[in-house]
Design a protein. Structure first.
Lengths: 189, 173
């Protein structure tokens, strides 16, 4: 089904919060409660048989704080559709889409591990990169780059890394490489 | 103490050498260093290259990569040690029998390298004693061989008997 028809079908069936198009890519903002039904409809009726990725965004300081982004694709028609939804910090939970695309299993575990957003109905919601018992969610914006000390006896420990005034960032400039090179810079610099 | 003495015997002439026990032990140890290849990242590719024919770590007696820590003499920590892996590396080190040595190969194993982050141990020397650090990201195989030769020189200077067999020496003196 052409992408425009797919979007029309989605708009007719669900109440969408927004539609955004940029360089031929369409992003639909959907309601959090609808995501499982929308995904099932996309897969079974619109032919989006391939879930490329699920990612999460931390808009720290805004409310709702988190966004989850689903990248859908169709192998047959090579069409791409992006779904976005917002999750508040007070109730960080979304319905799992593991039953629709099995590949969502590890993607959702990664978001759970790194951002601390739960997925209801997930068959095996454990941390995937960090270990059980690690007390933080490292990709949240309020988590320092250097990390925080922690200790799970016999499993793993962490220490804060010495940043020596960093993090070290480059400057986008046409000046010499000396001006561009990675240095410890404050945001106001 | 009896005077060191070897009777002249034409049957064994040329088959007898005199040396110190320390020197003999050190010579045997440094020329048969069996590595425990702790390959954790891209340094392990260079470690494999050092083991292959072009660079040929066998020239220094260290070609016998043992994947059992109980048969190893030198742990070559080649790569990024994440906190998730750190205690496993430590456990494998603890399973290696004495005498044992450790080479921290590359920037990550030496200091955490470019990973100043929540997930990476900032140098394996926080968990176990390192004998030789090798710079590079990753180091070339020649650099690993140079590190190995540095370790050989270090072993050559050890008081193998008096440091590690103190009980034996006290019993027989």
């Amino acid at each position: 089904m052409p992408l425009l028809d797919s979007i029309t079908a989605l708009e007719g069936k669900f109440s969408l919060l927004g539609k955004h198009e940029f360089r031929g890519e369409t992003t639909l903002t959907v309601q959090r409660e609808d995501i499982a039904a929308i995904c099932r409809f996309c897969k079974e009726s619109l032919g989006f048989d391939y879930l490329i990725d699920i990612t999460s965004v931390d808009n720290f300081g805004e409310e709702p704080r988190f966004e989850i982004v689903y990248e859908l694709s169709s192998i047959a028609t090579n069409e791409h559709l992006r779904l976005k939804l917002s999750v508040s910090e007070d109730e960080p939970a979304v319905a799992s889409v593991t039953g629709i695309w099995p590949t969502a299993n590890w993607h959702e575990r990664e978001i759970f591990d790194m951002m601390g957003i739960g997925f209801t109905g997930h068959p095996d919601l454990r941390r995937i990169l960090m270990w059980e018992g690690y007390p933080y969610f490292p990709l949240r914006k309020d988590f320092p780059l250097a990390g925080k000390p922690s200790d799970v006896p016999e499993v793993a420990f962490t220490k804060a890394a010495p940043l020596e005034g960093g993090p070290f960032v480059t400057l986008p400039t046409t000046a010499t490489t000396k001006d561009r090179e990675p240095r410890a810079r404050r945001i106001e610099d | 103490m009896p005077e060191a003495h070897a009777a002249y015997d034409s049957k064994v002439e040329g088959n007898v050498i005199f040396t110190r026990v320390d020197a003999a032990i050190n010579w045997m140890r440094k020329n048969s260093l069996w590595p425990m290849p702790m390959g954790l990242a891209c340094c392990a590719i260079e470690l494999m290259a050092a083991g292959a024919s072009r660079f040929d770590i066998a020239r220094f007696g260290a070609e016998v990569m043992r994947f059992s820590p109980r048969q190893s003499d030198v742990m070559i920590v080649a790569g990024t040690v994440t906190y998730k892996m750190a205690l496993a590396v430590k456990r494998i080190w603890d399973q290696m029998p004495e005498p044992k040595w450790c080479i921290a190969m590359g920037a990550c194993a030496s200091s955490g390298g470019m990973y100043r982050s929540y997930a990476v141990l900032q140098g394996i020397d926080q968990l176990l004693p390192v004998d030789v650090y090798i710079s590079g990201c990753p180091p070339r195989p020649e650099a690993l061989l140079e590190g190995l030769m540095k370790l050989q020189r270090k072993i050559d200077g050890e008081q193998a008997l008096s440091e590690q067999k103190r009980v034996l020496i006290e019993a027989f003196s």
